[in-house]
Design a protein around this ligand. Structure first.
Ligand SMILES: [Zn+2]
Ligand SMILES: [Zn+2]
Length: 150
């Protein structure tokens, strides 16, 4: 029987690369994708070392690594030439050199979050008002009168 310390207990997750359910022990992907990822990583590293001014799309074209893998590696700052290498924004695909989103998308996401929060608040208020109204109605209704058939 395999025992895990509570700290390293595997969590069932969907693999971010292939979408299948897997037990995550900290590798961040299923075993199959993780192995493939390691292979791609070596290829990508070799390619970037030889072509320091390449873009993420060049990496994909020349190593066959999925764009998600190349982008992830650059985003996590795995390359010494971090900051020179452009990779696509996770939302719109525009080439960026830092972070996960381009500045426009970052703004749009902040805006959307603010809007969603405001809408949630308005909905809450709306329901609270409705409750008040229905409360009024039921007090206006004379149950005794109905029961007596008058
Ligand atoms: Zn996978
Ligand atoms: Zn963007």
């Amino acid at each position: 029987m395999i025992t895990y310390s509570s700290k390293n207990r595997p969590v069932l997750k969907n693999c971010p690369l292939c979408g299948r359910l897997y037990a995550d022990t900290g590798s961040g992907a299923c075993q199959k994708c993780y192995n493939a990822y390691r292979d791609y990583e070596l290829e990508v590293k070799k390619f970037v070392e030889a072509n320091p001014n390449c873009s993420a799309r060049d990496i994909v074209k020349n190593t066959g690594a999925p764009l998600a893998v190349a982008s992830k590696m650059i985003q996590s700052g795995q390359f010494a030439m971090n900051g020179k290498l452009a990779y696509p924004c996770s939302r719109c695909g525009k080439l960026i050199k830092a972070g996960v989103y381009c500045s426009e998308c970052q703004q749009a996401i902040q805006q959307a979050t603010a809007n969603a929060n405001r809408m949630a608040k308005e909905r809450e208020r709306f329901h609270a008002n409705k409750k008040k109204e229905s409360g009024k109605k039921s007090t206006g209704l004379n149950i005794l009168k109905i029961l007596r058939g008058k």
